[in-house]
Design a protein. Structure first.
Length: 174
C-alpha cells in the first residue's frame, strides 16, 4: 500500500526503535505485551530473537533494530513486544516485534502523510508506507508486510514448529 492509497484518517500505533519514531497501521496490531522470556532458536538470523509462548501458541519474535542494522534492542522496563499480523503467500502469520518503547495510538489524516523518500537506487525504502508528520517531527510508517522478504518470513514463521512452549519470565529476568 502506498501513500496514494491512504485516503481516510487512519489509526497507527507509534513506537520507538533506538532514537527514531515508527508507526504501524493499528489494523495489523493484535496486542502489545510486556517483555517476557524469549526462547532462542539455534541457526536463525541475528534479528530473529526466538519464540514466546502466547496463550499456548508459539510466536516468533524479531528485533527490528537488528533487522534495520541499528543495534540490538536493550531490555528495559519500557521494552515491549508488539504482536502483529503479517501477510504471507496463502495467508497470514502472527509475529512479535521488539520495540524500545510503545507510545500511543494516534490518528493521521492523509494530508499528514508524505511518500517515503527516494534516496538513490542503492537504498530500499519499500518497507515504508510513508512519513507521517506530527508538528515538526516525522514518524516512519512501516509496511510490516514488506519489512521481510517472502523467504525471511517463511523461515521466521516456521521457526517455532515443533518447539516446546516457552515459560513466562519476569520483565527484566530474561
Amino acid at each position: 500500500m502506498s501513500v496514494d492509497t491512504i485516503t481516510d484518517t487512519r489509526q497507527y500505533l507509534s513506537f520507538k526503535l533506538d532514537e527514531e519514531e515508527y508507526a504501524l497501521d493499528i489494523s495489523k496490531v493484535r496486542e502489545v505485551l510486556d517483555i517476557t522470556r524469549i526462547t532462542r532458536v539455534p541457526r536463525t538470523p541475528d534479528y530473529m530473537k526466538g519464540v514466546i509462548n502466547l496463550r499456548g501458541s508459539v510466536v516468533p519474535v524479531v528485533d527490528l533494530n537488528r533487522k534495520f542494522q541499528i543495534k540490538d534492542t536493550e531490555r528495559t522496563l519500557n521494552t515491549r513486544i508488539i504482536i502483529g499480523e503479517v501477510e504471507l503467500e496463502g495467508g497470514c502469520a502472527v509475529l512479535g516485534v521488539l520495540a524500545d518503547a510503545v507510545h500511543e495510538v494516534m490518528e493521521l489524516d492523509p494530508e499528514q502523510i508524505e511518500p517515503a523518500p527516494k534516496i538513490g537506487t542503492g537504498l530500499n525504502t519499500e518497507f515504508l508506507k510513508g512519513m507521517g508528520r506530527r508538528g515538526e517531527e516525522f514518524i516512519m510508517i512501516l509496511d510490516i508486510d514488506r519489512v521481510f522478504s517472502a523467504d525471511e518470513l517463511a523461515m521466521v514463521t516456521q521457526t517455532g514448529d515443533g518447539l516446546p512452549e516457552a515459560e513466562p519470565e519476569s520483565a527484566l529476568g530474561a
